[in-house]
Design a protein around this ligand. Structure first.
Ligand SMILES: *Cc1c(COP(=O)(O)O)cnc(C)c1O
Length: 376
């Protein structure tokens, strides 16, 4: 079987290998079989291993849903009665975390910072010192809307100094940028299978401290389907998800994990880095400007300023590229004048070079002059 290879430069799902795609084609199986539980048990261990977690101290809880589910589950499950969460909001994804708090009516402090630079850590510390009821600090590792890298280990250290649990949204860095839970002061992190792991959509996971999950058993149960302790407890007792797992997606994730180790943590990060460098080079050659200073980027997402050219149309450029097997992605609310090119997935430098040929042709088709121009 040959499957058309598309190059996805959107922030996930990512381009996958054919072996991962085909791993989903398996004989029908009831997920309550021991064979399937064994598959998930192995995957849970490997997920902890990716972030260098001690298997005794840390565990992985699988969830059936997209990455936002992990955010929801961590926030609604890990906050004790009468305590507050501190959300460090400097982008679209951390804004979503604050919105989740509002939906559940969770007491929280939302610290808003500019989107285009790391947060002011002194302000984070002041907030922790002034609000002694903060039991959970939440920050996003790579703000996928802009590609900004947040200093998570410094934030984790502050959280711990004030006795709070630290939850880092690593959805767009996990299995790409090397992460070490303990060294980086992370109590909980998260991701979904279709991003760094280069698996399929529908399977997500929270990785974190077993003792804290066990303690959360006595916290308010704010959701029936999306409670972290409940899913953890079911896995520990039976090896199964409480409700139907995404069966074929789990098979793909197991294959993706094999391929992760075969490529290797360091080599994989090097590959994403050279893909990103090729993206920067291609953009520079066309005169495009990026939103975030290079030294503040997580190295996986380029948020690119749309040029001030009457011919520019994201839609038209997108459609031209899409018809030729390349996907580019629009900006988020708050960064509406940008579009994004991401370095996720099973792609390498030649794919980016091929993309820029098509992209250049798309600009010509739209009548956008090159190098592109900006008013300011
Ligand atoms: C992708 C992503 C999520 C989850 O988004 P879904 O669309 O629900 O998969 C959460 N946080 C970050 C930082 C992300 O990049």
């Amino acid at each position: 079987m040959t499957i058309k290879r598309n190059i996805l430069l959107n922030p996930g799902p990512a381009t996958t290998t054919d072996t991962v795609k085909l791993a989903q084609v398996v004989p029908d199986i009831c997920p309550r079989e021991k064979e399937f539980a064994g598959l998930m048990a192995g995957l849970r261990q490997e997920l902890v291993r990716v972030v260098h977690g001690d298997a005794e101290k840390y565990t992985a809880v699988l969830l059936c849903g997209s990455g936002t589910l992990c955010m929801d589950v961590c926030l609604n499950s890990l906050l004790p009665e009468g305590k507050q969460a501190l959300i460090i909001n400097n982008g679209a994804y951390s804004a979503r975390a604050a919105e989740i708090c509002r939906y559940y009516g969770l007491p929280h402090v939302e610290l808003k910072f500019p989107l285009d630079r790391p947060p002011d850590l002194a302000a984070v510390e002041r907030s922790l010192a002034e609000n002694r009821g903060i039991a959970l600090v939440y920050a996003t590792h790579n703000e996928t809307g802009t590609g900004l890298l947040n200093p998570i280990s410094a934030i984790g250290a502050l959280a711990h100094r004030y006795g709070a649990v630290f939850v880092a949204d690593t959805t767009s860095t996990y299995a790409m940028r090397p992460i070490s839970l303990e060294a980086e002061e992370i109590d909980f992190c998260m991701a979904s299978a279709q991003k760094g792991l280069m698996g399929m959509t529908g399977l997500s996971f929270v990785i974190g401290r077993r003792d804290l999950i066990e303690a959360s058993r006595n916290y308010p149960r704010r959701s029936y389907y999306c409670n972290l302790w409940r899913q953890y407890d079911c896995f520990e007792r039976t090896g199964e998800m409480e409700f139907t797992p995404p069966v074929q997606t789990v098979y793909a994730a197991v294959q993706a994990m094999k391929e992760y180790w075969a490529e290797g943590e360091e080599a994989k990060w090097e590959r994403h880095t050279r893909v990103m460098e090729a993206i920067h080079r291609g953009l520079e050659a066309l005169g495009f400007q990026e939103l975030i200073r290079r030294e503040d980027q997580a190295g996986l997402v380029a948020a690119v300023r749309c040029p001030d050219d009457p011919g520019w149309s994201f839609e038209a450029v997108h459609d031209y590229c899409y018809a030729r097997g390349f996907t580019i992605y629009p900006g988020k609310a708050g960064t509406a004048g940008t579009f994004r090119l991401c370095a996720l997935g099973a792609i390498d430098t030649p794919d980016i070079e091929a993309f820029f040929q098509v992209f250049r042709a798309a600009l010509a088709q739209c009548g956008v002059s090159v190098p592109v121009r900006y008013k300011d």
